[in-house]
Design a protein around this ligand. Structure first.
Ligand code: ATP
Length: 574
């Protein structure tokens, strides 16, 4: 466990050493209390008790209590403060690490699982550091310390005592093992509960519209019930072992009392040693009782650190250059093959070049790989073979942030933060002045609607932008992109889900956004991309046709058919 703490906290783990050391010292002071009791007994037996001595003992006790209180309060508050600081920096480190993981990690792990790691597991780990580990270290030190003194009093009594303690330990270890095994199940259920909760809250609008709120709530309720069952199972699983361990330890006291009394009656140990042994044994029994419950909890909490280490060891996206300056913004795919899952190729030997300042439209049936191509340009995923280049530089050598600084993405699914409209636009460029933000909003045709809101740019948009219409959200995201002014634009063209007015507004603002940029647009309607410099027709992950409108019309293949169908449909509407 100490290894886990070191690996996860890095240098910060060093700061925990001092408070833990103070807590150890605190446990040593416990010995002073036992020592005083020993001398009190000694005086009683030897009839050397006096008022002077009582005063002396009382002062020793008072001073040791004061020192103990000071040391333990510094130690405990130190471990809480340092622990909280270490966890805070670990949270940031983990967040950063997650950001740098390939998207494949998020495909394999549910939102519930990842949220669980970032909340509950980190919290459990904090508990291990601030509470559990120090407590276990303290109990272990006091127990070893008392056992050693017992050996000095009488070797055979010490040996019997040690055998009893060692004989009881397997019960405790087995209980801990059970807590760890069943705890894994509990952790899985927690992840399911979080996933269902996210699903329920995210989908509440859809569930309501389909009258499925009750049905979906049943799913959530079931996960709550499973969670309750698993929590009880985890708690109950360890109880028999804790009780058996405690009973054995409790029984050791009368047993040791009989053995030591017999030794005393037979004259094998003197009265002073006898009384001291009885006191030590009583103290040891009391301390060891708490050991098993602490250990069970420790094993459960330790699961969190194992999961954190596993997440932490997930390989981040590798790169050679962090701050590459592109010589131009041509985008080139060279024989690119890509699959999200093994043995399920999505893009098959895709090659094309989108020259700087031109517009390339991707068309093709649903699932043909259009969105995948845009995700690969942003290096959300790494390809299995071939090369993707921006300005002649292989993007697999670049830090994703370096690429994303030069790319703006405008997709239909716009996610806005639960913040003001102003801050949502500002995401495009954190250094932008208010004038620049308003200017971007004007170009994106959203300034007027923002101004018409009661709080204007200070309006809070609700989580995901829930208080705005689809078109409004999209225009804000375009304002964001305009503010960013990136040389590459990845665009998912608006679908028919927007009304005609909204669509026209969006169309106009997009035209301003894409001027002089390298644009890759996922097209849903052919009339909007007719003037593109290049049109790529995709089918089942392969490029079926490539060229401008005129060339593709001359080809008289899929594009020609789609286009003539569209033209015919237009005539029908007229
Ligand atoms: N994250 C993912 N994990 C696994 N498979 C995925 C993932 N995203 C997409 N796919 C699969 O890859 C294929 C191509 O998907 P993609 O979204 O690129 O198609 P598309 O042409 O953009 O479709 P549409 O027009 O419907 O948006 C589909 O079969 C899809 O199921």
């Amino acid at each position: 466990m100490l290894g886990n703490i070191k690996q996860l906290l890095g240098k910060k783990s060093k700061k925990l050493k001092m408070p833990i050391f103070l807590l150890v010292i605190d446990s040593v002071f416990y010995g002073i209390f036992i020592g005083v009791m020993y001398f009190v007994l000694l005086d009683l037996i030897q009839d050397t008790f006096s008022v002077e001595k009582i005063k002396e003992y009382t002062w020793i006790m008072i001073i040791s209590f004061i020192i103990r209180t000071i040391i333990s309060s510094i130690g405990y508050s130190g471990i809480q403060i340092q622990g909280a600081r270490a966890i805070e920096s670990m949270r940031i480190k983990m967040g950063d690490h997650l950001r740098n993981l390939p998207l494949g990690y998020f495909n394999k792990n549910s939102i519930g699982e990842i949220s669980n790691i970032m909340t509950n597991d980190l919290q459990d780990f904090e508990k291990v550091i601030t509470h559990n580990t120090s407590e276990l270290i303290k109990i272990s030190i006091i127990s070893i310390y008392l056992l050693i003194i017992t050996f000095f009093i009488d070797f055979s009594l010490g040996l019997i005592q040690l055998i009893i303690v060692l004989g009881s330990l397997p019960l405790m270890f087995y209980g801990g093992k059970r807590a760890s095994k069943i705890g894994k199940g509990k952790k899985k259920i927690i992840a399911v509960v979080i996933s269902r909760m996210v699903e329920y809250l995210n989908g509440i609008k859809v569930f309501k519209s389909h009258n499925m709120v009750g049905e979906k709530f049943e799913r959530l309720e079931k996960s709550f019930k499973d969670f309750r069952k698993e929590s009880i199972r985890t708690e109950v699983a360890i109880v028999p072992y804790v009780l058996a361990f405690q009973t054995l330890i409790d029984l050791s006291f009368p047993l040791m009392l009989i053995i030591s009394t017999t030794k005393f009656i037979n004259g094998n140990i003197n009265n002073i040693y006898y009384f001291t042994f009885v006191i030590l044994n009583l103290a040891l029994t009391y301390i060891l009782r708490g050991f098993s419950a602490q250990y069970g909890e420790f094993r459960y909490l330790k699961l969190a650190s194992e999961k954190l280490i596993k997440t932490y060891n997930e390989k981040e996206i590798s790169y050679e250059y962090e701050n590459h300056q592109f010589k131009n913004y041509d985008i080139e795919f060279e024989n690119v093959c890509f699959s999200y899952e093994e043995d399920d190729p999505i893009l098959k030997d895709v090659s094309f070049k989108a020259k700087e300042g031109t517009m390339t439209a991707l068309i093709g049936p649903s699932g043909s790989g259009k969105t995948t191509i845009t995700s690969l340009i942003a290096r959300f995923w790494d390809i299995q073979s071939g090369k993707i280049k921006i300005g002649d530089m292989d993007i697999s050598k670049l830090k994703p942030d370096n690429i994303l600084q030069n790319v703006s993405m405008v997709f239909q699914e716009v996610y806005l933060l639960n913040d003001t409209i102003y801050n949502n636009i500002k995401i495009g460029n954190q250094k932008a002045t208010k004038e620049k933000i308003v200017e971007a909003a004007k170009i994106a045709n959203c300034h007027d609607f923002i101004e018409s809101l009661e709080n204007g740019y200070d309006t809070i948009v609700g989580e995901g932008g829930s208080t705005l219409s689809g078109g409004e959200k999209q225009r804000i995201s375009i304002a964001r992109a305009i503010l960013k002014d990136a040389p590459i634009i990845l665009l998912d063209e608006a679908t028919a889900s927007l009304d005609a007015d909204n669509e026209l507004e969006i169309r106009k603002s997009i035209d301003k956004l894409i001027k002089n940029k390298t644009v890759i647009v996922i097209a849903h309607r052919l009339n909007t991309i007719k003037d593109s410099d290049q049109i790529i027709v995709l089918n089942e992950g392969k490029i079926e046709e490539i060229g401008d409108h005129n060339i593709l019309m001359e080809n008289k293949a899929r594009y020609y058919n789609m286009y003539t169908e569209m033209e015919k449909a237009k005539l029908w509407t007229i």
